[in-house]
Write a new protein. Structure first.
Lengths: 245, 245
């Protein structure tokens, strides 16, 4: 049975996250429904990393074993036909070895978090970025972010419902880049805890507005207590950017 | 009576254009309604340039004479409160001399036209960019765009319903910039004919896909006949960027 690997882009605004839920719109549900329309097979997609409600993806990866042998190019075209105007797009499809697993073969994941830093409310970026009206000091935020890079216990940045076996992760990148009022946070790790990126961004914004000093991030990290860190930034600004295999 | 100058950003997707129309959602209608809620005055906004249905603005300018004297900062805040979740944002308000007129004082206008050039349908950029699935050759498009720069009769790129007195305009800039699959067209002129930017982009895309040679743009221009040029590109990719006074 051929295994297909899909690279997927989506606007998460209208969805209750990636994971299939009966009677609720989800990305997984929409794609599995499109696959059924083409193949008449009820398959379950395996994904690299589930995303929460409102979170977007520029390069999500999923795989599926489908009985029907199809030209990957035609399969992409057919899926996108059934996904028209749903804010979900199959960027590419390829057949792959059955040793490939979208989740377990992942070597690293990168996320982008977009902030628009200005007083006026958002229009074209609404639901696509986090609106922060107070001026952010990106230099301080980058100084603080450096304390998070490396191998740490990230309990302070972990959602209570997180199901990971260990709170220890190795953060390879955590860096803000500014261009006028657009601030982009780039981060990379083999894997992330639930809400980890949004909790890191929410806390780093405390540094950005001057409520915290950069060093306070290290204190929060070492506390290994979610209450020691700052709020969870909204899903709007978060993009699963790339899965590296 | 104080005159107020507003700089406005909006997502045009949900609107029947700038201009007030009874019983239809328009940008002007929404802002005038917000002004009424604050001042109980029924005023008419004067705008630098009307935009069509689906066209966006990053720096539209309008003015209004309002009896009530208000702090511009508080007025901005109040208007944005009543514009919440409408995809319209007042970036700034200032009082200005009554010799200032949003339309007649305009020295130049700049537009941005965003194209996403890839096979896969759009998700996060849906309604915010023009999706062109065939590969575009930006070098040829820029070569062609040069023929449009300068003082010309733009009849070939003018909508039949255009009300301008003369089809002659001086185009100061017409240039494509590419970054991966994002192609941005930058153009500047004292004023544009109705649909001029969209007709130029639609025609330049014929060059981009190889159906036309760059020199064919000059032939179309000299024909002074709308039928000699290419199709009108969709409103989705068009942004009124800046009004220069």
């Amino acid at each position: 049975m051929p295994r297909y690997k899909f690279i997927i882009e989506y606007n998460g605004s209208a969805y209750h996250g990636w994971q299939y839920q009966e009677n609720l719109p989800t990305i997984q549900g929409e794609i599995e429904s499109a696959i059924f329309k083409i193949t008449q097979e009820s398959i379950r997609l395996q994904v690299s990393g589930r995303t929460d409600a409102g979170v977007h993806a520029l390069g999500q990866v999923a795989h599926a074993d489908i009985n029907k042998l199809m030209d990957p190019f035609r399969l992409t075209y057919g899926l996108n036909h059934f996904l028209t105007n749903k804010g979900i797009s199959i960027l590419s499809t390829e057949t792959c070895d059955t040793t490939f697993h979208a989740r377990f073969s992942t070597k690293a994941r990168t996320y982008l978090y977009k902030i628009i830093n200005r007083r006026a409310p958002l229009t074209v970026d609404m639901k696509l970025a986090y609106h922060v009206p107070l001026p952010l000091d990106v230099t301080s935020m980058n100084e603080a972010a450096k304390y998070l890079i490396g191998h740490h216990d990230f309990t302070s940045f972990r959602a209570s419902e997180c199901q990971a076996l260990s709170p220890k992760k190795t953060l390879e990148q955590a860096e803000f880049k500014q261009s006028n009022n657009l601030i982009e946070f780039h981060t990379r790790s083999k894997s992330f805890l639930h809400h980890q990126v949004r909790n890191m961004v929410g806390t780093l914004c405390l540094v950005g507005v001057g409520k915290w000093q950069p060093k306070d991030i290290q204190i929060a990290l070492l506390a290994k207590n979610r209450k020691a860190a700052g709020p969870t930034a909204p899903p709007d600004g978060l993009y699963l950017r790339e899965i590296i295999y």
